[in-house]
Design a protein around this ligand. Structure first.
Ligand SMILES: C[S@@+](CC[C@H](N)C(=O)[O-])C[C@H]1O[C@@H](n2cnc3c(N)ncnc32)[C@H](O)[C@@H]1O
Length: 254
């Protein structure tokens, strides 16, 4: 593969925004446990859109697939072997792996339907996907400060109905996000609102890679300063986890 151009036609933005990912996006152990449970007793796993190796089962025959060199370079030395490829064209024979895994990645694929068909093709028993439900309301940041972001994310994340069209029968489980989640994705800081004002934190969140969220951030900053955020959302500070719309989707292969 000569460069980072997606074979299906788009560009993978992670070549540009992926620097420092391994520091900002440390796998959260509570989410990792739920993902491991969903994988069940699979003896071999293909992790597509594997990035730096988060949530990858270490004690299994795992193979990672990741297109971005910037991400591959951050994989720990002991991580599973990684093939540089795109979801839409997996270089494996039919039914090679017990399970397929895709964590917070399908919304980045140029053609998520083609990618899921490939994931189904190369697996024997089940496909496990962690994603965001575009029919959810998200959480306060999106609703009150970043309405353009939630609209855009609703366009790029496939809905559960669309996933059913590709995967058939699916089980869908909410993935509640712990208040101190170590994986710094968009919903991770729901109880740490000032974190969204930190450009280094925003750099680890692909939804912030687009312009222009300055006005929303300025409003958030003002609301934190004068206490308006705390008056409206102070009850969140008592909660330990929140459903921000993240879902674990499991499809059994026949
Ligand atoms: C948000 S990161 C998630 C990485 C990892 N799964 C995790 O949970 O930390 C999204 C990943 O999808 C990868 N990606 C983008 N387009 C892809 C494609 N067409 N096929 C496979 N992976 C892709 C990116 O390079 C990036 O590593």
């Amino acid at each position: 593969m000569a460069d980072a151009t997606n074979i299906i036609g788009g560009r993978n933005e992670y070549e540009q925004i992926g620097g420092g990912y391994a520091q900002r996006r440390r796998p959260d152990p509570r989410l990792a446990r739920l993902i491991a449970e969903a994988l069940g007793d699979a003896g071999s796993v293909i992790n597509v859109g594997a990035g730096t190796g988060s949530y990858e089962p270490s004690a299994r025959g795992t193979v990672a697939v990741e297109p971005a060199v910037v991400m591959i370079a951050q994989r720990p030395p002991a991580a599973a072997p990684c093939v540089r490829a795109f979801a839409e064209q997996l270089p494996f024979r039919d039914r090679t792996f017990d399970a397929g895994l895709a964590v917070l990645t399908i919304h980045h694929w140029s053609d998520w339907r083609a990618g899921l068909r490939e994931l189904v093709r190369v697996t024997r028993r089940r496909v496990v996907i962690s994603t965001w439900d575009p029919e959810s309301d998200g959480f306060w940041l999106l609703r009150e400060y970043m309405p353009a972001m939630i609209e855009r994310d609703r366009q790029r994340f496939p809905g559960l109905g669309a996933l059913r069209e590709e995967l058939g029968d699916i089980q869908v489980q909410p993935l509640p996000i712990p208040h101190d989640c170590t994986d710094g994705f968009l919903g991770a800081y729901w109880r740490r609102p000032a974190a969204y004002l930190d450009p280094t934190i925003r750099a680890g969140i692909s939804s912030f890679a687009r312009p222009d969220f300055d006005a929303g951030l300025a409003r958030l900053s003002a609301d934190l300063e004068d206490g308006a955020w705390a008056r409206k959302h102070g009850d969140l500070l008592e909660q330990t986890e929140l459903d921000v719309g993240c879902r674990l989707v499991v499809a059994a292969r026949s």
